[in-house]
Ligand binder design. Structure first.
Ligand code: SF4
Length: 370
């Protein structure tokens, strides 16, 4: 792990922090739109080491957290049907739907399986031709290429008992929606390095210009994040609003052309609902007409479900950066990772889970040991 250790070097971190302190004159609010970066910021206490004048706002960057309740309920309904093998990454199993989660469906007899790749689900379909195998394909631009490739392979190989329940979301429209909100306090963005490694950086300069916000492509290790913040603050203090790449070891301007070509073939842009935020126009992907036969929503006819969000969960405000997790009254009391009321407490990338895991002293004493 020498390579990653180099990006956690405490001496270099101190030097970067000194440079950030020396540059910071005014108050700034910077949003990261990536659950992995949120987790790293909280885990390493980066937000506490920064000058008081810099506030890190945690945006809607956790893919599990932003998957809308309606899609979770559709997953639950499909997974409960006889003859279905429902496959998902493990972090979706405890995300609460309106009445239950996938674990409950499994305990009630549904064939719900954790897989480590969508291709594992395709293999299950090939091995079980008399069953319908569904993969729960969620996430940002990062996870979409593997899901697109799996559907492409299903069609190429003639595997007809495979389908994808898809709820992919896109970062640039979410940034536009955040900036258009009347409550917006965000003055700059750390862009997610893994998203940009797929899509490149070309979508972002028009946003930086339109909203006059600096945007810095940033990685995930402590030094990556500090360097992203340093460059962001330097732009803010000098009145610039440009797109910079502070993660060149993984990100190029054009991204990954092969992945982008696969995405363009298999998916088409659509309006998407974001959990806790609502519908954002043109903010997601669905299967294109050529691949519609592989769309689980069509195959299982699960439209127009009635959903019911938890009355106490404020994850929508957390996801928009309007409150910090511990400002929710249920944090650490009614809502814990063991008994989550919202997706932001379930997912390892969720802001509520990160605050619970790494900020135990912020909780009342009696729950810190729960
Ligand atoms: S602490 Fe729990 S109830 Fe409160 S916003 Fe987070 S997930 Fe929702």
């Amino acid at each position: 792990m020498k390579y990653l250790d180099e990006f956690s070097d405490p001496e270099l971190a101190k030097r970067l922090l000194e440079r950030i302190r020396a540059t910071t004159d005014r108050r700034w609010a910077i949003m990261e739109v990536c659950g992995g970066q949120t987790h790293s910021i909280i885990r390493h206490g980066i937000d506490q080491l920064l000058p008081d004048r810099i506030e890190m706002i945690h945006g809607p960057g956790c893919p599990v957290c932003v998957t809308p309740l309606e899609v979770i309920d559709k997953a639950l309904e499909i997974a409960a049907r006889p003859g279905v093998i429902f496959c998902s990454f493990g972090d979706m199993l405890r995300v609460p739907g309106s009445k239950k989660d996938l674990f409950r469906v499994k305990s009630e007899g549904g064939d719900v399986r954790v897989v480590y790749s969508p291709l594992d689900a395709l293999e299950l379909a090939r091995a079980n031709p008399d069953r319908q195998v569904v993969f729960f394909g969620i996430g940002f631009e990062t996870t979409a290429p593997a899901n697109a490739m799996t559907v492409y392979q299903a069609r190429r190989l003639g595997i007809e008992n495979f389908s994808l329940l898809v709820s992919h979301v896109l970062v640039p429209p979410a940034i536009a929606a955040i900036m258009e909100s009347p409550q917006c306090r965000v003055q700059a963005f750390l862009l997610a390095g893994h998203v940009c490694s797929v899509m490149g950086t070309q979508e972002y300069p028009p946003l930086a210009q339109r909203y006059e916000v600096p945007m810095v492509v940033t990685g995930f290790e402590p030094l990556d994040i500090l360097e992203g913040i340093r460059r962001t603050v330097a732009q803010l203090e000098s009145g610039r609003h440009e797109v910079e790449n502070a993660y060149p070891r993984a990100v190029s301007e054009e991204g990954n052309p092969a992945a982008k070509a696969m995405l363009a073939d298999v998916f088409e842009v659509t309006d998407r609902a974001w959990r806790g935020i609502g519908v954002i126009p043109d903010s997601g992907w669905r299967l294109s007409p050529r691949y519609r036969d592989y769309d689980a929503e069509y195959r299982f006819s699960v439209g127009d479900l009635r959903t019911a969000e938890s009355a106490v969960c404020r994850s929508g405000e957390v996801l928009q950066g309007l409150i910090k997790p511990h400002e929710c009254a249920a944090f650490g009391t009614q809502c814990t990772p063991r008994n989550p009321l919202g997706a932001t407490m379930v997912s390892s990338e969720g802001a509520c889970a990160a605050y619970y895991l790494y900020r135990r002293l912020d909780q009342p004493a009696e729950v810190a040991h729960a």
